[in-house]
Write a protein that binds this ligand. Sequence first.
Ligand code: MN3
Length: 275
Amino acid sequence: MSHDLNNAPKTLSRRNVIAGLPAVGLAAGGLGTLLSMANSAAAQEAGQGEQTGVPKLPGKLSKVLHSLHDGNAYTLPPLPYAHDALEPVIDALTMELHHGKHHQGYVDGLNKAVERMGNEEDPTAMGGLARNLSFNYGGHVLHSLFWAVMGPGENGDMGGEPTGQLAEAIDKDLGGFDGFKTLWNATAGTVKGSGWVTLLFDPMAVRLHVAAIGDHDRHVLPGTVPLLPLDIWEHAYYLTYQNRRADYVKAFLEVIDWSVVNALYGMVSAPYRRG
Ligand code: MN3
């Protein structure tokens, strides 16, 4: 299906803005972000899913995407399952600290950076604040999505293999699930120090990539949309895996909720898929 700017709503009621953003934002190329996803989810819940081409979102994803900002400040989304739901792959204490302390720290840092940038009068301080904004914004986006792509799906299962349109795209773009796994493990292995490995949607080529991110914001491919981010900072795995990061990267495949990743793929790729 196709979307163009002529389909954008003519009036700016909140509902129309929400309905129009996914197509307009993604067509503009640079706004393939979680905000568009959240607004797509809101449009869908407002009964406009068909109109915007947005597939039905898993409840877990919807819950996280609607809890990223409360209108005044960025906020920590609830973990959409119990702390011990991912055991033994990811232990409960790691989840408790990672979500409640680390992610909360990025949310706080983001709010502080935004506030200080608005009040800062010393231009020499701006570089440091811009870096804080980028780092903490990336941290908030990536962690929020990270929680949503893990855990039991609506049928109670975790892991397994990609499904639906996503599976077809992985076959076409990455050499199937085996090709994906090889690329995933190898790309994760290239990260020096703190970072992420992620499956991305590229709206220019209408294809998937696997890429590495340094910290939360370095080497990001602008305009791409993260579909499956894996945190490979030491705080994400050290209590269970210590120095065996590669084992953690492999084990992560057992706690993925592919129905969420497939839904995200369907949502962000809908304006671009041909035929
Ligand atoms: Mn982390």
